[in-house]
Design a protein around this ligand. Structure first.
Ligand SMILES: [Zn+2]
Length: 137
C-alpha cells in the first residue's frame, strides 16, 4: 500500500534534470541552447533544421511574392472606353495582389478626375451645339 503510493508520486514526472536531453544548437550569444528535446531528437523545436529550413523557405517565398508585382503598363485615358478598361484592370491588379490598395485607389481617383474633364468638355460642346441650333430661323 505504501509502495504503490510512492511509485505514483515519482514516476509520473516528465523528465528528471539528470536525464533531460538538451538541444545541440547554440543560441545567439554562442552558448549551448538549454531547451529540452523530444526523445531521439537532437534539436529543440526552435532549432530543428528541418523546421528552420521550412520557415526560411516560406519567408523567402512570401518576400518574393510581395517584392515582385508585375510592373503596370502605362495607362491611356484618352477615350471613355480606355478609361473604363483602366478601371477594370486596376481592380483586377489590386485583387490579384499586383498593386497595393493605396496605388489602386490613387489610379481610380485619377481616372475619375480625367472623366470629369471629359464631361466638362462634352457639356461645353453640347451647349455650343444648342446655342447654334437656337440661332437658326
Ligand atoms: Zn535549441
Amino acid at each position: 500500500m505504501d509502495d504503490q503510493h510512492m511509485t505514483e508520486g515519482t514516476d509520473n514526472l516528465p523528465l528528471s534534470p539528470t536525464s533531460k536531453q538538451t538541444c545541440r544548437a547554440h543560441n545567439a550569444a554562442g552558448k549551448p541552447c538549454r531547451a529540452g528535446v523530444r526523445p531521439g531528437a537532437a534539436y529543440c523545436f526552435q532549432h530543428d533544421p528541418a523546421r528552420v529550413g521550412a520557415a526560411q523557405a516560406a519567408r523567402v517565398a512570401g518576400g518574393k511574392a510581395r517584392a515582385k508585382p508585375a510592373p503596370a503598363p502605362p495607362i491611356d485615358l484618352s477615350t471613355p472606353e480606355l478609361q473604363r478598361r483602366a478601371i477594370e484592370e486596376t481592380i483586377d491588379r489590386v485583387r490579384r495582389g499586383d498593386e497595393p490598395l493605396n496605388i489602386g485607389r490613387f489610379v481610380i481617383y485619377a481616372i475619375s478626375v480625367v472623366r470629369g474633364v471629359f464631361e466638362d468638355d462634352l457639356l461645353a460642346r453640347l451647349e455650343a451645339l444648342e446655342a447654334r441650333h437656337a440661332q437658326k430661323p
